[in-house]
Ligand binder design. Structure first.
Ligand code: NAD
Length: 352
């Protein structure tokens, strides 16, 4: 067996109550004047975080927004410059961490991330910014957080509907990782662990959002899945979601949740090893169908029409997906991709 494992990873602190370590972690990074970043909805969380480090907080920027719009980045850059900060504390989901990444890209200052969803952005060097309705992404080591504090207590407030879609979004990273060219035995184990942990935790969180054990399992799974994403290249599933989200302004985690079973079913004839690993992780014969059922039985959307896509846009979506050239285990076949999109649009079960 020959492989390369060259992990790109931040320092991680994990566990309920681990937020207490924030002051010492900032000290470890030598940070004395940080900008605390959050969404407006999570301003309370940003203030809770700052209670631990008040003497080191230079200011708050609470306008992090989905898909990282360029004007918001400009405002945050100018605030950071005026305050003369030396680093960022990003407390929130992928939108908040995404904004911190754009700031780190421009300033090369370090990020300490405190994730509160399962999106997994904190484990990757992938950044993204949306300008004139076009989302541009790239990879740069400067945007990878130096330290990540995973405190499951901070996820107890994540509404159960977002928890389900955010959890499936995380699973999608690991599923695509399992058939990526860079996959190796270590990343396979992480992908299987992450998928299994999330698939078990999601139904428990749906029933009881305050179940701290299930929240811990889900956040652990998100960490594993995000780590896989950070170390592999992505294929059909992520490219489809990127196109649909960017061009038709569809919500991120919901789009991933809807597309994942269909993209997996499409690729399944070409990825026997990944399917075997998924069967083991999910203890089920048909992983694509299992992921569809996981979403549906936990109240998540399973159709693109239910999240605002128009049927008239299916043809354009198919053309856009076909026009982008990227590696995928099964070659892109226009008729089959059109069928995939139609099934996803109407919420039908996945087919190869
Ligand atoms: P999000 O960050 O927009 O959060 C969704 C909503 O949940 C927000 O209103 C937020 O304030 C709220 N929220 C978050 N945590 C909460 C909590 N614990 N309690 C209550 N409310 C909470 O959504 P997301 O799905 O985490 O992130 C999506 C974004 O992340 C997309 O822009 C996507 O492109 C990006 N992303 C990037 C990467 C990467 O590697 N670069 C990976 C995954 C996702």
């Amino acid at each position: 067996m020959n492989f390369v494992h060259d992990p790109l990873t931040p320092r991680v602190l994990f566990g309920p109550g681990v937020l207490q370590a924030l002051p010492s972690e900032l000290g470890r990074l030598g940070l004395k004047r940080v900008l605390v970043i959050s969404t407006l909805e999570q301003r309370g969380l940003a203030e809770l975080v700052s209670d631990h480090i008040s003497e080191r907080v230079a200011g708050f920027f609470d306008r992090a927004t989905m898909h990282v719009p360029a004007p918001i980045v400009e405002d945050a850059v100018s605030m950071a410059r005026d305050l003369g900060i030396d680093g960022y504390v990003a407390a929130g989901g992928g939108s908040t961490i995404g904004l911190a990444k754009m700031l780190a890209l421009q300033s090369s200052l370090p990020i300490l991330a405190i994730p509160t969803t399962y999106a997994g952005s904190e484990m990757t060097s992938i950044f993204g910014i949306t300008e004139s309705e076009l989302k541009r992404t790239g990879r740069d080591k400067r945007v990878l957080p130096r330290t990540v504090i995973y405190d499951p207590e901070l996820t107890l407030s994540l509404p159960s509907s977002i928890s389900v879609t955010s959890g499936v979004n995380a699973i999608a990273h690991a599923v695509e990782g399992l058939y990526a060219p860079e996959i190796n035995p270590i990343l396979s184990i992480m992908a299987q662990q992450g998928i299994a942990a999330l698939a078990k935790a999601i139904p428990k969180i749906r029933i009881k959002p305050a179940d701290l054990k299930a929240r811990s399992d889900a956040l652990y799974g998100a960490w594993m899945c995000g780590s896989v994403l950070g170390n592999v290249s992505m294929a059909l599933h992520h490219k489809l979601c990127h196109t649909l989200g960017g061009t038709f302004n569809l919500p991120h985690a919901e789009t991933h949740t809807i597309i994942l079973p269909h993209a997996l079913a499409y690729n399944s004839p070409a990825i026997p090893t990944a399917i075997k690993l998924l069967q083991e992780a999910l203890s089920i014969l048909d992983p694509a169908r299992a992921l569809y059922d996981l979403a549906k039985s936990n109240g998540a959307p399973v159709s693109l029409r239910s999240i605002g896509m128009k049927e008239a846009d299916l043809g354009r979506a198919c053309d856009l997906v076909m026009s982008a050239q990227y590696p995928n285990p099964r070659p892109l076949e226009k008729r089959a991709i059109a069928g995939l999109l139609r099934r996803a649009y109407f919420g039908q079960t996945p087919q190869p």
